[in-house]
Design a protein around this ligand. Structure first.
Ligand SMILES: Cc1cc2nc3c(=O)[nH]c(=O)nc-3n(C[C@H](O)[C@H](O)[C@H](O)COP(=O)(O)OP(=O)(O)OC[C@H]3O[C@@H](n4cnc5c(N)ncnc54)[C@H](O)[C@@H]3O)c2cc1C
Length: 390
């Protein structure tokens, strides 16, 4: 990876304006904006890139729009339809002329974003272990691999297991969801839609995502008490798409509960999965990872320019994300309690039209609901983001 360095080759003490821990989508989004603002950014990750990240790689339209650069070179497929079923019976197809989701391979997507971020000016380094984080006055210090790194701010973008979150004792109300994914090594048939099968897992669903040369298949639950095994995935794949059996099966937690995250005070900000910002209804995490990274960067840049409190600014910036999450939390509690009823509602023609149109326009679930509600009850809808079913 160009621009990469190991901290062990460096002086005993390093300084930067901002240290970003974690070079996934949240960390790269934050680092890119900070570099463009002219700040010195040290971007740390515990592995070299490209690296495997357990993820289905479905980027919604709103996530692609939120990115600061085109990711066309790493998009494998853009899908305009999806199928939804409950207990794997009577699948209903939603179709529209515009894309509703773009498929990427996470290792390629993350590597692409990191290269863009390094090209924007970030200094990337691999650290094996972060031992300590100390906030004091106008600085924050981090001890990693025996080296001291000092900065004005630290952004924790190190995912669901966030070491930054644990070392700083921030956000105790974090809670994990869980998902398992595997790859079926055959080219997807041309009529295979992106599919969601509700009730296959308690508090979640099974998915099928057709990529360029293979099919990504997985099981998701928002419940931390539900266990998903390898065999569950093999059985689901066998029933859903037949052989060959999925390989490279891995599971990983998703960061949730972020509607309760309060940045508090100080010099450490959490973003993405580290801050629990995954949408519990669908398990979508990339959009909030990207946007929270950007909002943290904007808060830090503002603090560097004006001396205002970065955490307070970030707390305000997070509000729209947290509103989306509160809505998704309430919707998921209702939907997964009675998935049969939820499914009937979901596939009803008005909901279907609102959802597919809203997805293609890059609206959030909350905006789709707001607009559809206003439409059904004859209330005016803001013209700026009016879906074209009006
Ligand atoms: C099976 C599965 C399928 C999913 N599918 C989708 C999907 O299709 N669409 C979607 O929108 N979301 C999906 N998600 C959620 C999505 O993957 C996450 O929300 C997203 O990756 C969060 O981005 P992030 O940058 O916050 O964290 P991550 O992508 O987890 O990146 C964190 C980075 O921090 C690094 N790191 C970790 N610990 C340390 C440390 N101690 N020191 C230094 N670096 C560290 C890691 O190496 C990594 O590079 C899925 C999740 C799972 C588990």
């Amino acid at each position: 990876m160009c621009g990469e360095t190991s901290l062990s080759h460096k002086r005993a003490s390093l300084t930067a304006d901002v240290v970003v821990v974690g070079a996934g989508p949240a960390g790269c989004s934050a680092a890119w904006d900070l570099c463009v603002h002219g700040l010195r950014v040290l971007l740390l990750d515990r592995t070299e890139f490209p690296r495997k990240k357990t993820c289905a790689g479905g980027l919604t339209v709103k996530a692609v729009r939120a990115l600061r650069y085109s990711i066309a070179p790493v998009i494998q497929r853009s899908l305009c339809s999806l199928s939804v079923s409950c207990r794997m019976r009577h699948p209903k197809r939603f179709k529209i002329n515009d894309p509703i989701c773009h498929m990427v391979e996470r290792s390629a997507f993350d590597d692409f974003c990191l290269k863009k971020t390094v090209a924007a000016g970030a200094h990337f380094a691999v650290v094996k272990r972060i031992d300590k984080i100390v906030e004091s006055g106008r600085r924050v210090a981090l001890v990693a691999d025996g080296r001291m790194i000092r900065a004005r701010f630290l952004i924790g973008a190190d995912g669901a297991y966030s070491r930054v979150r644990r070392l700083t004792g921030r956000f105790a109300r974090f809670r994990p969801g869980f998902a398992v994914e595997g790859l079926v090594d055959r080219a997807p048939p041309s009529d295979l839609d992106m599919g969601f099968d509700f009730s296959r897992v308690a508090g979640g669903y099974g998915w099928v995502f057709p990529k360029a040369e293979h099919i990504n298949i997985g099981l998701y639950t928002l419940r931390s008490d539900v266990r998903i095994t390898r065999q569950d995935l093999v059985d689901y794949a066998d029933r859903r798409i037949g052989g060959p059996a999925p390989t490279r099966i891995t599971g990983f937690p998703l960061g949730m509960g972020g509607w309760r995250y309060r940045p508090g005070r100080g010099r450490v900000l959490l973003v993405g999965d580290a801050a629990g910002l995954v949408d519990p209804l669908l398990g979508e995490g990339l959009y909030h990872a990207i946007t929270s990274g950007q909002k943290a960067a904007s808060a830090v840049a503002d603090a560097m320019d004006t001396g205002r409190d970065a955490c307070a600014t970030y707390a305000k910036g997070l509000m729209p994300i947290q509103r989306d999450l509160i809505f998704a939390q309430a919707a998921s509690a209702a939907f997964y309690r009675l998935p049969g009823m939820g499914h009937l509602l979901l596939v009803s023609p008005p909901a279907r039209t609102a959802l597919i149109t809203g997805f293609s326009m890059g609206l959030s679930m909350l905006d789709i609901f707001r607009h559809a509600y206003r439409f059904w009850f004859g209330l005016p809808v803001p013209a700026s983001r009016k879906p074209n079913y009006f």
